[in-house]
Design a protein around this ligand. Structure first.
Ligand code: SF4
Ligand code: SF4
Ligand code: FES
Length: 235
């Protein structure tokens, strides 16, 4: 099978084509290239089983986990977008920490609260996020606003503000008002690429609803910039 890999190394960008024998996942094919043909090809992986999120790349412009994707003839493999490229398909994932910290996407637990099985189910899906960064790479807002908190951090915020144990819902809602929920265009690009079937867009809508109930409104509405990046057209 013929695969094309966009490589970035020693300050150069280069499109390399490899002929790979045998089948398997994209990760297995990249490993075959590295062991048999080109030892300089660099890519990231850890668990090999869709759990760690470290192998996410773009194939034909769509984010996938290399350990879960079966390549097709002439696929183009690229690194994730909006994260600095360290080498070839390896990106600097510090955006994961930066976005989560900026969005305050961690629980502030208060006193002991018993959680019913039903309440635990409510945000069980969001808890499955493996921080692969696929949704972040797919989000068009990051192309024009690098400080946007992005889909995975906002999904996490919803996961915590909808948890009965969270002790600082007001603080978390306040933290996502700037460069956060109102800058999402609700385009849905983050949803189909999530390997865990999480829907960040829906969680952002939930955060907007909760923000509205708490007295917040879209700060772009009266700023002359329309409704966020694409919520409503300007008249
Ligand atoms: S729905 Fe919002 S967060 Fe998701 S990709 Fe579109 S703009 Fe980004
Ligand atoms: S929400 Fe989905 S796509 Fe985004 S980082 Fe988490 S697992 Fe990956
Ligand atoms: S190597 Fe861990 S998700 Fe692919």
């Amino acid at each position: 099978m013929r695969l094309h890999v966009k490589r970035f190394y020693e300050g150069r960008e280069e499109l390399r084509t490899y002929e790979v024998e045998g089948g398997g996942t994209l990760l297995e094919m990249l490993e075959r290239i590295k062991t048999k043909e080109d030892a300089t090809l660099s890519f990231a992986h850890e668990c090999r089983s869709g759990v760690c999120g470290s192998c996410a790349v773009r194939v034909g412009g769509v984010e996938v986990l290399a350990c879960a994707y079966s390549p097709k003839e002439d696929d183009l493999i690229e690194p994730l977008r909006f994260m600095p490229i360290m080498r070839d398909l390896i990106v600097d994932r510090s955006a994961v920490l930066t976005c989560n910290a900026g969005a305050q996407a961690a629980m502030e637990a208060g006193e002991f609260v018993k959680v019913s099985a039903e309440a635990a189910k409510f945000n069980a899906l969001q808890s499955d996020c493996i921080l692969c960064g696929s949704c972040y790479s797919a989000c068009p807002v990051l192309a024009v606003k690098p400080e946007f908190l992005g889909p995975f951090a906002l999904t996490r915020v919803w996961r915590y503000v909808s948890d009965v144990r969270e002790n600082d819902v007001a603080g978390k809602i306040a933290a996502v008002q700037q460069a956060g929920i109102w800058d999402c265009t609700l385009c849905n690009a983050c949803v189909p690429v999530c390997p865990q079937n999480i829907a960040p867009k829906q969680d952002i809508v939930m955060l907007r609803n909760k923000s509205g109930v708490m007295g917040y409104m879209d700060p772009n509405m009266f700023s002359g910039g329309g409704f966020g990046f694409g919520g409503m057209p300007e008249f």
